[in-house]
Design a protein around this ligand. Structure first.
Ligand code: CTP
Ligand code: MG
Length: 226
């Protein structure tokens, strides 16, 4: 039995990056950005099987890059949906009924340290339904109108910026994905709204999401040093 599954969502268009291809295939140190998460989740003993959710038409290049990094745990590659949540649902459909735990990870976060995987799995053994890596917000937070006029300063105590991979008991995530997805930007939200208990654990600043060209250059420099 394959106990722990990882679903890598890579089906976004990467509009803010603005390349001629999806973000998952932007070049990072000479190989596609997606290769980084595939390789890291394949190497860790915490993960048994991997599903890749690829941009429509990019399934074959996704399989090829998995072979290039000698990933042996990739068991399925499916096309994504119009939103991240729909892409998660498409990937999760490949996870068998007897799976115990599912990690959902953004391909857009290529620098994934193994200790984050370990930290995010730990609460599931302590009665939590899900867990997500997160960083305390350090900057002062303000709410502003569309024109930039400050409306208020928001108390940042107890506020965290959430990352992936997020870990869930597989039956809990299955239930959360069977309902209305709206436009949930992360899976934890769906689980929380279904009454699930989600715990935050310490994330890693290097696990930031690549959104712009500057982010891509920065993560490239981190990887070169690692
Ligand atoms: N994602 C996905 N399917 C979608 C939208 C997003 O699988 N329909 C994935 C992306 O590939 C990414 C993660 O969800 O790994 C986070 O999304 P984001 O950073 O917004 O990536 P993009 O949607 O590709 O970027 P942009 O919003 O700039 O177009
Ligand atoms: Mg997006």
């Amino acid at each position: 039995m394959s106990a722990t599954w990882a679903v890598i969502v890579a089906a976004g268009r990467g509009e803010r990056l603005g390349n001629d291809r999806p973000k998952a295939f932007a070049k990072l140190g000479g190989r596609p950005l997606l290769a980084e998460s595939v390789e890291r989740l394949d190497r860790t003993d915490w993960v048994d099987s991997i599903v890749i959710v690829a941009p429509e038409g990019w399934e074959e290049p996704s399989i090829l890059l998995s072979e290039d990094v000698s990933a042996s745990k990739v068991v399925a590659c499916v096309p994504g949906g119009a939103t991240r949540a729909e892409s998660v649902r498409a990937g999760f459909a490949e996870v068998p009924e007897d799976a115990l735990v599912v990690l959902v990870h953004d391909a857009a976060r290529p620098f994934l340290p193994e200790d984050v995987v370990e930290r995010v799995l730990a609460p599931l053994g302590d009665g939590w339904d899900g867990a997500a890596p997160a960083l305390r917000v350090a900057d002062t937070l303000k709410r502003a109108a569309d024109d930039g006029a400050v409306v208020e300063t928001v108390d940042r105590a107890n506020l965290w910026a959430v990352q992936t991979p997020q870990a869930f008991l597989a039956p809990v995530l299955r239930g959360a994905l069977s309902g209305e997805l709206e436009d949930a930007s992360d899976c934890a939200k769906l689980v929380e709204e279904g009454g699930g208990r989600v715990r935050l654990v310490e994330g890693d600043p290097r696990l930031f999401k690549v959104t712009t060209q500057a982010d891509l250059a920065f993560v490239e420099s981190l990887l070169a040093r690692a």
